[in-house]
Write a protein of this length. Structure first.
Length: 595
């Protein structure tokens, strides 16, 4: 144990007296052993194990205890705080005034993994998870110029509080300010430095990496950097919902440098700020390949940047992971194993259509099937599948690519999206000549796909004879299983939203709460809700007669189709999601089905 490690053997004493710094390692170990014994958590043999492992590994005492599996961090620190005579701070319930943060430099906060929590009569109370760190109290006293007293808190709580109060990358930003290599641009003008050189600076590079790493840890699918008049806002889309992430107060000063760095990574023109641009970045994080699609758009206060994170491996889901009911899964398995025909997936952007297409291909992919896809962009790479990237700038459109695919002897064709009449006609011709075709359309419900094809100019008899199935889907957030709780229900409210009140006895309805596992949102991950229309002999005459989508939908429901909302209610009763989530994503379904 280091000689000058702080020790509080008496109540309220959390600094190191000069004579204690003269203590030998043996006496320091004895004091630690005495403290651990007084926690009541460890036997004498376990105390010896902790001290030996601590000296051997050089890790903090708290980390050592947790790694040995002898106690949970929070329980250990609570007991230790009591033995040391210092408070334990539950930072999730502690209101830290902004002015308190100004008394300890950001550099010290990140270097020692601490956070100031209160200031009283010239004494700064600082939370730490490692009270025995060498010279901790002295270093904090020098950095703050104040008397320092410690409180104990878990490392996770401290990390979360630092992120919320200082913002992502605050330590990196402070070093950039200290280096004084970037000046504030007057009246929003671009910086006078050569940004192509500036982007090579380690601090800017590290800050951008921190933004992407933070998004990856939070399971974000999108990162938005949005210039405002006085600040640069960063938002992450997590489980389909935007969340603003805390950022350092002076981030606006480095807006041009940060955006320029992203453009360099994406092989974009950093000098062009007047026109929208698109680019792509390939990253590897913890062994996982991540593709980042980058889009810039000029706005009043600078370029707005959007990054779409595509985790290649996460796209290769099996059909059992899509959230399909057993009934719908069996229907789809029969459809995707048919020898020919078109299967269309519908829904707005971000509703999981591509994920479903990849799951279908993953299910039927085998050596005896030749599968060719044409996509824009290729979101996930699949072994054994021939994937083609659309390139309109050189004339490689969906229609052109699809026409040539037919000469490649495919069994299964996936078209990323049917956008125009030409693509639709070729896809239908492919289906009628013995090919199985998967594709997507942007419509509100399954029946709307028929109307969209007819609006494109496709003859009704061709649609009726080629399309085998229509799938509509949405994504709902899944309840966090660690913190969800049963909900008090109002039957009048339930009847008003057409909830099947008679089915309440079949399951429990839960509501979102929020905990550390789900980062306070109450939700963890997403799943799909679906409606599937089979184009049967009952539906084909309606298509030929150009019947409305409501008529087609009503006829399908009469033969057993479950609507998006009905599938959502099933998941509510199974405790998968909430009533509000189903209402949020199925408003169109309510309007179109006349519920």
């Amino acid at each position: 144990m280091p000689d000058e490690a702080p020790y509080a053997g008496r109540a309220g004493c959390d600094t190191v007296e000069p004579r204690e710094r003269m203590s030998t390692i043996t006496s320091a170990s004895r004091r630690l052993a005495d403290l651990f014994t007084r926690t009541g958590l460890f036997s004498a043999e376990e105390v010896e194990r902790i001290l030996a492992a601590h000296v051997r590994s050089g890790r903090s005492v708290t980390e050592t205890v947790v790694e040995l599996g002898l106690a949970e961090e929070e329980e250990f620190l609570r007991r230790l705080a009591e033995a040391m005579g210092v408070p334990f701070a539950d930072l999730s319930r502690t209101d830290i005034p902004r002015e308190v943060l100004d008394h300890l430099p950001t550099k010290a906060v990140f270097q020692y993994n601490v956070i100031p929590i209160s200031l009283s009569e010239g004494t700064l109370r600082v939370a730490t998870s490692d009270p025995f760190a060498t010279g901790l109290v002295d270093a904090l006293r020098l950095a703050s110029g104040l008397r320092v007293r410690l409180a104990l808190s878990t490392s996770e709580d401290i990390e979360h509080a630092v992120k919320q109060l200082y913002g992502v990358g605050a330590d990196t930003l402070e070093r950039m300010i200290e280096d004084n290599r970037i000046e504030v641009a007057p009246e929003g003008d671009i910086l006078k430095q050569d940004l192509s050189e500036l982007d090579q600076e380690a601090s800017v590079v590290k800050f951008v990496n921190q933004i992407i790493w933070e998004a990856y840890q939070d399971r974000a699918t999108d990162i938005h950097l949005e210039p405002m008049e006085t600040d640069l806002r960063i938002r992450y889309r997590i489980d389909g919902v935007l969340h603003q992430t805390p950022v350092p107060q002076q981030l606006k000063r480095f807006q041009a440098a940060i955006i320029s760095r992203i453009k360099v990574m994406a092989n974009m023109d950093i000098a062009e700020k007047r026109l929208p641009q698109d680019g792509r970045i390939s990253l590897r994080i913890r062994g996982e390949e991540i593709d980042v699609r980058v889009s810039t758009m000029p706005t009043v206060y600078g370029e707005s940047v959007s990054l779409r994170l595509l985790m290649r491996s996460s796209g290769l889901l099996g059909m059992d992971k899509l959230g399909l009911s057993k009934r719908d899964e069996n229907i789809l398995k029969k459809l995707i194993h048919r020898p020919h025909g078109i299967l269309l997936v519908t829904g707005p952007t971000g509703s999981g259509k591509s994920t479903s297409l990849y799951a279908w291909l993953h299910t039927i992919n085998s050596v005896d099937k030749r599968i060719i896809t044409i996509e824009d962009p290729i979101e996930y790479e699949m072994a054994g599948v021939n994937q083609i990237q659309v390139r309109p700038e050189i004339g490689m459109t969906f229609a052109v690519g699809l026409r040539h695919i037919l000469r490649q002897d495919p069994d299964v064709i996936m078209v990323g999206e049917i956008r125009d009449r030409e693509t639709a006609e070729i896809a239908i011709r492919a289906a009628l000549t013995g090919h199985l075709v998967f594709s997507t359309l942007h419509t509100n419900d399954a029946a709307g796909a028929v109307t969209r094809l007819l609006d494109m100019g496709i003859e009704p008899y061709l649609v009726a004879s080629s399309v085998e199935g229509l799938v509509a889907q949405r994504l709902v957030r899944k309840l966090c299983q660690h913190c969800r709780r049963p909900r008090q229900l109002d039957e009048e409210f339930l009847r008003g939203i057409s909830f099947p009140v008679e089915r309440l006895g079949q399951g429990t309805v839960y509501e979102a709460v929020g905990c550390d596992e789900c980062r306070g949102t109450g939700f963890l991950g997403r799943t799909g809700i679906y409606e599937i229309i089979l184009v049967t002999d009952n539906i084909r005459p309606l298509i030929v007669e150009r019947a409305s989508s409501n008529t087609i939908k009503s006829e399908s429901m009469r033969h057993g189709m479950h609507t998006l909302r009905e599938d959502g209610w099933d998941k509510v009763l199974r405790g998968v999601t909430t009533i509000e989530e189903v209402l949020r994503v199925s408003e169109e379904d309510e309007a179109l089905s006349g519920e």
